[in-house]
Design a protein around this ligand. Structure first.
Ligand SMILES: [Zn+2]
Ligand SMILES: [Zn+2]
Ligand SMILES: [Zn+2]
Length: 93
């Protein structure tokens, strides 16, 4: 597992797993036939959900419900992670 150290106020963001992300859309939108705007990836359970610009905001809901605050962007060319608990982000590449 490849990791990268970062200085932030959030301990989770200092140790974000940078494993390759599997392909696929928001697992909850796909189940209900809904659409999304951007994709986010939960670094705790390795599941893909949709961003806050999407109507369902599944990534944010999952973070609160599952206690998995840290996500990475799954959009091509975006290299960052975000912690919903601390409202803080870091660049990952
Ligand atoms: Zn945090
Ligand atoms: Zn969704
Ligand atoms: Zn999760």
């Amino acid at each position: 597992m490849r990791r990268r150290k970062k200085k932030t106020l959030c301990p989770e963001l200092e140790d974000v797993p940078l494993d390759p992300m599997p392909p696929g859309g928001c697992i909850e939108c796909l189940a209900t036939g809904d659409t999304w705007v951007h994709l986010r990836f939960c670094v705790s359970c390795r599941e893909t959900r949709c961003c806050d610009d999407s109507k369902n905001r599944h990534a944010r809901k999952h973070a609160a419900a599952a206690g998995h605050p840290v996500i990475r962007s799954k959009e091509p060319g975006e290299h960052w992670a975000w912690c919903y608990d601390h409202e803080a982000g870091v660049r990952t590449a």
